[in-house]
Ligand binder design. Structure first.
Ligand code: GLY
Length: 441
């Protein structure tokens, strides 16, 4: 078993298994494939975009016994987990117990995303800035609390709810309906059997992610997601309709504050509580008038944040992930600030995040040859005739790269304009918030 003995990576190139099949995993596979330390990459289950770079394995990301069998049979050196559900369910513990190297937090550490109630109480214990909150498991008590609360107010299901478990209520009726749906009608099943009610935080949201081996951290370029389905942040929330990095709202001074007050105390606090955190820690932040505060922690790369952060990293991800899996990051990893910009626009199926149809033929997907545009697949599949068709709500993300923000933005939108499928929807204002923080051209 590789662990505290800080096993060095084999000198030969590694056989890698990426678990997941969305845009985040496509970006991960793309980045890993650029490393001379990668011999062969497998992805379970992968998608048609990933299949251009890796061998896809027809196994669900939740089928841990089958993934273990595959990793043993295919002599996988290192497994990298993309989505939160298998992490929260304990996939890392199962692989580690079988003596297989894997990157991601253990079940005990992934609880930072798996339970909002745990995460909030953890932040309170360790003095990590976040909104004031209360936890309820009975509707009558939640109702009494909501009847006295200032508006707007935020109601969150405790467990994983596929990104749909948080409601920002602007009226008391909305707040009561959300709490009732979760606690009484079990809208999210067991995940909503406990809720967090927290004060609404005004401000600008930004995602700051770091890699950690349980002790040290490497902070990644800050990114800004666009959660609402329509321009100007209107309409219901989605998994994310676009992102860009580095987000200029996160100035160097603010980033230093985030590291000192949020990331380092979180990693140290988890270690202190016997939950050593190895993997990607994602801090969803609100930049409030009192400074940065945590909206949520996630135990993985963001999607679509990964599609803009990973292309900007100038480091060998394979070597680094091995060191993280072993708890052996060097004391001081030198990371240069990103030398450019990345901006991703998500193209979604008509109707998403509500009901949508699939099976729409996707055309003109090939970007230019110059590698300044990357297309990361999320909800794509092949039909019986072998055509690439839509297979999910978020279909793909188009990432533009550039020396300037404007160049990245123009490249992304020019490529989006060439891709088509029936009912395709995308936001036209990805990155508009960055302009508020950048000097006028
Ligand atoms: N883009 C938000 C998330 O990955 O949770």
């Amino acid at each position: 078993m590789i662990d505290s003995n800080k096993t060095p990576a084999p000198a030969r190139p590694l056989r890698l298994l990426v678990i997941g099949g969305g845009g985040r995993e496509h970006a991960l596979v793309w980045k890993l494939a650029r490393s001379p330390r990668a011999e062969k990459i497998f992805c379970a289950p992968g998608n048609p975009g990933i299949a251009q770079l890796a061998e896809c394995v027809d196994t669900s990301s939740s089928n841990v016994p089958a993934l273990l069998d595959f990793a043993r049979g295919a002599a996988i050196d290192l497994t990298i987990v993309g989505p939160e559900a298998p992490l929260v369910a304990g996939i890392v513990d199962s692989f580690a117990a079988a003596g297989l190297a894997i990157v991601g937090p253990s079940r005990a550490a992934a609880i930072i995303e798996g339970s909002k109630a745990f995460a909030k109480a953890f932040m309170r214990r360790h003095g990590i800035p976040t909104a004031d909150f209360e936890i309820f498991d009975r509707f009558a008590e939640a109702r009494d609390h909501l009847n006295q609360s200032a508006l707007p107010i935020v109601i969150k299901a405790d467990g994983l709810a596929a990104g749909k478990g948080a409601v920002v209520a602007h009226t008391r009726a909305e707040a009561l309906a959300a709490a009732e749906a979760m606690l009484e009608r079990r809208l999210f099943g067991e995940a909503g059997s406990r809720i967090v009610i927290e004060k609404f935080m005004p401000g600008e949201e930004v995602s700051v992610l770091c890699l950690s081996d349980g002790a040290r951290i490497i902070t990644l370029p800050a990114a800004q997601d666009h959660k609402a389905i329509f321009d100007q942040d209107r309409g219901p929330n989605t998994g994310g309709m676009g992102a860009y990095a580095p987000a200029p709202v996160m100035t160097p001074a603010l980033l230093a504050q985030v590291e000192a007050q949020i990331l380092r105390p979180a990693i140290a606090g988890l270690a202190q509580e016997g939950r050593a955190y190895r993997g990607v820690l994602y801090a969803g932040l609100m930049i409030t008038p009192e400074g940065p505060k945590v909206v949520e922690f996630n135990c993985r790369l963001g999607d679509p944040e990964a599609q803009v952060i990973l292309p900007l990293l100038e480091l060998d991800l394979v070597e680094l992930l091995w060191q993280i899996a072993c708890g052996a990051l060097p004391e001081a990893v030198v990371t240069s600030p990103p030398n450019g910009w990345a901006l991703a626009v998500v193209m979604a199926s008509a109707g998403y995040p509500g009901e949508y149809q699939t099976g729409k033929v996707i055309s003109a997907l090939t970007p230019g040859e110059d590698e300044q545009v990357l297309v990361f697949h999320s909800g794509t599949t092949k039909d019986a005739a072998g055509r690439l068709v839509t297979g999910g709500g978020r279909v793909l993300a188009v990432t533009g790269l550039g020396r300037t923000f404007e160049q990245a933005r123009q490249r992304a939108y020019a490529a989006v304009g060439r891709i088509s499928f029936e009912g395709a929807h995308y936001r036209t204002d990805i990155g508009a918030k960055a302009l508020r923080h950048l000097p006028a051209a």
